[in-house]
Design a protein around this ligand. Structure first.
Ligand code: PEP
Length: 255
């Protein structure tokens, strides 16, 4: 089965609202009618509404970088799924390694967020991946299995096809060290097998598994042509229109 490739930009804690709108407008000019690759941009919360306006009418979709699992309530500083939906967000990054390591998010919390996102028709971009120490200890597949299984607990087969998984080896995020195509495909193939066990063959074949970790125009083609790599979650290279557009073009060429 051919899965439509997806390129998602994680802008992290970068760009004021007006800077974000400028970048979004540049992307609309270059990619606004791009139909053979799904394109999602994930600005910071403060820029979501303005960026939603800037991409309105284009094929670029809007994502958030995190959310709370409750729909509303006394959770100072948090943002809920209905709030994101009201801004026309369609995707939300969950379980990013920076959330896990810097903000103490564990698998159980990520699972609650995944279930809440799905309940509110947001597609989770679920991040999983091992640290350098875990890779060196030969634990990569075990870590990825645990994170994926726990995050997807209670997710029905009907819902699971909306999930996007992003394999992001922590040692490759923002470091310039990219996993080789073979290293990435090994884990992606493993995730596909695991999804088949958890959700059945038909659903597993529909779930997109993205690679994330220093993906750049120079290394994208090799990664994106691997059998189980269905796109990329892009940090640094998503902050400038030129490199992000090149990545989307690379995904189109690899389709
Ligand atoms: C990320 O943070 O999801 C990411 C992949 O970052 P970078 O592309 O900068 O490694």
């Amino acid at each position: 089965m051919t899965r439509k490739k997806l390129i998602a930009g994680n802008w992290k804690m970068n760009k004021t609202s007006s800077d974000a709108v400028s970048l979004a407008r540049e992307l609309v000019l270059s990619l606004g009618t791009q139909a053979d690759v799904d394109v999602v941009i994930c600005p910071p919360f403060t820029a979501l509404e303005a960026v939603a306006g800037a991409i309105d009418g284009s094929l670029i979709k809007l994502g958030a970088q995190n959310m709370h699992f409750e729909p509303s309530g006394a959770f100072t500083g948090e943002i809920s799924a209905p709030m994101l939906r009201a801004l026309f967000a369609t995707h939300v990054i969950l379980g990013h390694s920076e959330r896990r390591t810097l903000f103490g998010e564990g698998d159980e919390l990520v699972n609650r967020k995944v279930l809440a996102a799905l309940k509110h028709q947001l597609r989770p971009i679920l991040c999983v991946g091992e640290s350098l120490a875990e890779r060196e200890a030969g634990q990569t597949l075990k870590i990825v299995q645990t994170q994926t299984e726990r995050a997807l607990e209670g997710v029905s087969r009907e819902m699971a096809a909306s999930v996007v998984v992003a394999y992001e080896p922590v040692w490759a995020i923002g470091t310039g060290k990219v996993a080789t195509a073979e290293q990435a495909q090994e884990v992606h193939g493993f995730i596909r097998g695991l999804l088949t066990k958890l959700q059945g063959e038909a659903v597993a074949q529909r779930i997109r598994v993205l690679y994330g970790g220093s993906m750049k125009p120079a290394n994208a083609a090799e990664l994106l042509t691997q059998k189980d790599i269905d796109g990329g979650l892009i940090g640094g290279a998503s902050l400038e229109a030129r490199s992000f557009v090149e990545l989307v073009r690379a995904a189109a060429a690899a389709s």
